[in-house]
Design a protein around this ligand. Structure first.
Ligand SMILES: Cc1ncc(COP(=O)(O)O)c(C=O)c1O
Ligand SMILES: NCC(=O)CCC(=O)O
Length: 441
């Protein structure tokens, strides 16, 4: 079937094949999906099922083409099915897909991470961002001999029990910040603070003197929509944690290799004690990592006593995809262009929303952005929750029908890739203008 070219005027939009697939899926998969974030719970309706993806585009089984701003929720910084990544994975596959024994490719990618991220001297590879943050917390507790963790409301660190409290992403969307099955014991050592509020963290340290092992945060929050740190916030948190002997853990699963080659910590010149990486580091295959100075990482088994393991950790295919992606980021950095096209999108969306006279704010850092239907500015979770999610849902569907695939929740960030062209951006802005006109008249 020839893909239908996206048009900004709303074409007939038929998802009957996806509907059939969804009915089949719902019989054998909970909610029809393998992760709630893709279920359209926040926008209503059923998701299109995807057939393939290439460059900046997704193609569904009903024959529609979409300009993709999810990028697999972050990994696809060069767009989909990039030939260099594909070639690396195919070559790796020809040599066997998993050995359960060390490979030189793991050393190559570890060296690449250490060279890219100054705060990391040693790094351990795992298979998901969830494992990376879970392990980082375990190490922080093991190294400090303290139990408590400070977490920011609206920040999402994967589905780790102790961190699944007032988490963002689909946990916000689905409205059960504390999931059934997470025991009171699992979260009793988790202290919640609002993002961008240094005094709340200082108060937590005073209330629990010498009991806090770590502060974990997304340096630029992407799981309650895009929320930048206020100027000076990260610096003050760094100073405060150092003063109290608390480890500062940056969850750079989203921001790592995206906001700069060295991640948000390079962009904001902060030296965290530990870093969780994911998404881009796996180049679209399942890989993630956590790293720190050697003095910390040497506590990790088998060098030290803190246990952490994984059958598929350092998987050859995932390492090949990650290495190819990191190599391209280093050899031909896309960051300047990403900044330029993302700014073009930001400006265009802002103009479209202003002209439609809907309350809005567009927040962006690098190639991550959110159009909030909210007066703004959005500094924390409480601000984000004031958004008009019903309006967002209508806008989302109007955009989808016009061939633009935005993240399917107000509480997610959109990702721009190096594969997006100026024409894609302009098409998106035209679609937004039409969509808002269709909604508000
Ligand atoms: C900031 C952040 N941390 C951790 C995770 C968890 O990663 P994963 O979904 O690979 O487990 C995600 C996304 O899911 C994330 O955005
Ligand atoms: N911002 C949300 C995610 O990145 C998670 C995607 C998923 O769990 O499917």
């Amino acid at each position: 079937m020839e893909p239908k070219t996206p048009a900004t005027s709303k074409p007939e939009y038929d998802l009957s094949r996806s509907h059939e697939a969804f009915l089949r899926a719902c019989k054998v998969i909970p909610g029809g999906v393998n992760s709630p974030a893709r279920a359209f719970g926040a926008v209503g309706g059923e998701p299109p099922f995807m057939a393939r993806a290439e460059g900046a585009y997704l193609y569904d089984i009903d024959g529609h083409q979409y300009i993709d701003y999810i990028g697999s929720w972050g990994p696809m910084i060069f767009g989909h099915a990039h030939p260099t990544v594909r070639h690396a994975v195919v070559e790796a596959l020809d040599h066997g897909s998993s050995f359960g024994a060390p490979t030189t490719r793991e050393v190559d990618i570890a060296e690449a991470v250490v060279a890219a991220v100054p705060s990391i001297e040693k790094v351990r590879f795992v298979s998901s961002g969830t494992e990376a943050t879970m392990s980082a917390i375990r190490v922080a507790r093991g190294v400090t001999g303290r139990n408590k963790i400070v977490k920011m409301t609206g920040h999402y660190h994967g589905h780790v029990d102790s961190l699944l409290v007032q988490a963002g992403s689909a946990a916000t969307t689905l409205g059960f910040p504390n999931s059934p099955g997470v025991t009171p014991g699992a979260i009793e050592d988790t202290i919640l603070c609002p993002f961008n509020d240094v005094s709340a963290v200082a108060a937590a340290f005073e209330r629990f003197p010498e009991q806090v092992a770590a502060v974990i945060l997304e340096p630029v929050a992407g799981n309650m929509g895009l929320v930048p740190p206020r100027p000076g916030y990260l610096e003050q948190i760094r100073e405060l944690t150092r003063k109290h002997g608390v480890m500062l853990v940056f969850d750079e699963v989203m921001t790592g290799f995206r906001l700069a080659f060295g991640g948000a910590q390079e962009r904001f010149a902060i030296d965290p004690d530990m870093t969780a990486l994911g998404k881009i580091i796996g180049g679209g295959l399942p890989a993630a990592a956590y790293g720190a100075k050697s003095a910390v990482m040497d506590f990790v088994s088998p060098a030290g006593p803190i246990y952490q393991a994984g059958t598929l950790s350092g998987n050859p295919l995932a390492m090949a995809a990650g290495l190819a992606t990191v190599g391209m980021l280093r050899e031909s950095p896309p960051y300047e262009r990403l900044e330029a096209i993302s700014a073009r999108l930001e400006d265009g969306l802002r103009r479209a929303a202003s002209d439609a006279k809907v309350p809005h704010v567009v927040q962006r850092v690098g190639s991550m952005l959110t159009l909030f239907f909210n007066q703004g500015p959005v500094h924390d979770y409480e601000d984000a929750k004031r958004s008009d999610t019903a309006l967002f849902g209508r806008f989302f569907w109007e955009m989808l029908a016009r061939g633009v695939y935005l993240p399917c929740s107000q509480f997610e960030a959109a990702f721009v890739s190096a594969a997006h062209t100026d024409a894609d951006i302009d098409h998106t802005v035209d679609a937004a203008r039409d969509a808002l006109r269709a909604i508000v008249g």
